[in-house]
Design a binder for this molecule. Structure first.
Ligand code: GLN
Length: 449
């Protein structure tokens, strides 16, 4: 019996939820997983929603001061579909402001790794992954632009599915970079992810990029490709753990093949150029008029008025507005932005060559979850480099799943599997098979029935 069936069979009463939110609120003071807990939840399978996804009548801020006080008059399509199908809304999860970050430290409230509170939980969907790691029965709705589902899922020892671009409606998502954003899921098991994914996927008249896709025919994957130049570079402990995982997979009958993809390192700058260019336009709407914080004094001079309103953006958001505006400015856009778009097309072809025959497998993150104090010292460029392994699949809109495969020094190690477009179910099947021979570890087990 999977956990959703188990939960339904136990059919918990109102007291269950009262106790759950009380315990959660207490733990939240230490871990910073939730920006807001819904204390009036009284039924349904617990669902948390990343704070950049709208929930009707519930403050939604994308962890930004500039959106404080914004209460959406509607719910995102994905939220609506889940709440109409037996899920109960548990609260809004913490994140890096607007999705800008990889560690969960670019937020007003610091998020911490449940395995070791002095370490980062990963980001930007930091709270979603922490919630999945500490709650026995729960599904998190999250979002990824360049790795924000896979990275925290890996650091918190849970499963994270990033669907193909356009497979899940983005309606009601506070956009970061519209051609890259995907709504996906984080949870403790592949079966919960399958259940929720089947409810949220598919066409939505509110999002023109969202399609009803047919799954490709060949079901079981046999061939797994490893990009050697990527794997060689990861931290020694992650590297040896990854090869241990590959040995197990060979034992399960998978055929492993080593490959190289030309110029693969360029996916990182290509991603950051596109992401920042789009982010800088998407953030233009926050100027003290319509959403969230308002500047009341209209007597101010133009520059002064907007400076005051936009002062509320965090440091990373400001950096991205400046860089994003620059790369798409008339004098350099051929050199940066258009070039990046061209290269994205080229990489799509290079990946497709392999993905027609099998799946790409890689460590999710190149390092174990680092200490909060350590990452606070990194330069922006060093921080962006940590995304090297999660960026390619995200840049190309390819579905991928990160799942726990080992523990090193008491910390989880995650592996990611990347597939051709619309192969989500095959990815989920793969993880389900893996789970049969793998013992997950969790530090907390809130909400047992
Ligand atoms: N770390 C990446 C960035 O900052 C990815 C974030 C995301 O997927 N939202 O752009």
């Amino acid at each position: 019996m999977n956990s959703i069936e188990e939960f339904k069979a136990a059919n918990p009463e109102k007291e269950y939820y009262t106790k759950l939110v009380e315990e959660l609120a207490k733990l939240n003071e230490e871990l910073g997983a939730f920006n807001n807990i819904n204390f009036s939840i009284n039924g349904g399978y617990p669902l948390s929603v990343k704070d950049n996804i709208c929930v009707k009548d519930f403050e939604t801020t994308a962890s930004s001061k500039i959106l404080r006080g914004y209460v959406p008059p509607f719910s995102a399509t994905a939220v609506e579909r889940l709440l109409n199908s037996g899920f109960g809304f548990l609260g809004k999860t913490n994140m890096d402001e607007f999705g800008f970050g990889s560690f969960g430290i670019n937020s007003e409230r610091l998020a911490r790794n449940p395995f070791d509170k002095t370490r980062v939980p990963g980001g930007s969907s930091s709270g979603a992954a922490i919630a999945a790691s500490v709650l026995k029965y729960h599904v998190a709705l999250a979002e990824s632009t360049g790795g924000s589902i896979a990275a925290p899922a890996s650091f918190c020892g849970v499963v994270g599915l990033t669907p193909t671009y356009g497979r899940v409606s983005r309606y009601g998502l506070i956009d970061y970079a519209s051609s890259l954003d995907k709504i996906g899921l984080i949870s403790r098991s592949a079966s919960e992810i399958r259940y929720a994914f089947d409810l949220i996927k598919g066409k939505d008249s509110y999002d023109a990029t969202c399609v009803d896709a047919k799954e490709p025919e060949n079901k079981r994957i046999n061939k797994l490709f490893i990009i050697d130049s990527f794997v060689e570079r990861v931290e020694e402990k992650v590297n040896s753990s990854f090869f241990k995982t590959l040995d197990k997979l060979s034992g399960m009958g998978y055929k492993i093949e080593h490959i190289e993809i030309a110029d693969i390192d360029d996916t990182l700058p290509v991603y950051y150029i596109i992401a920042m260019a789009e982010a800088s336009t998407n953030l233009a709407k926050y100027m003290g008029f319509k959403y969230g914080s308002k500047v009341e004094d209209f007597s101010k001079e133009y520059n002064e008025f907007f400076t005051e309103a936009r002062e509320l953006f965090g440091k990373e958001a400001k950096r991205r507005i400046v860089l994003g505006t620059y790369v798409r400015s008339a004098s350099v856009r051929n050199k940066y932005y258009y070039k990046a778009l061209q290269l994205r097309g080229l990489f799509s072809q290079r990946f497709a060559e392999y993905l027609k025959d099998g799946f790409i497998i890689l460590p999710t993150m190149p390092i174990l979850p680092p200490k909060i104090a350590e990452v606070s010292e990194l330069s922006p460029l060093q921080t962006y480099m940590i995304d090297i392994l999660t960026v390619p699949a995200n840049l190309l809109g390819l579905p991928h799943i990160s799942f726990p495969t080992d523990y090193a020094e008491g910390l989880p190690v995650g592996t990611q599997l990347i597939g051709a477009p619309y192969t989500e179910h095959t990815l989920i099947d793969f993880v389900e098979e893996w789970e049969k021979g793998f013992a997950y570890k969790f530090k907390y087990n809130l909400g047992s029935v």
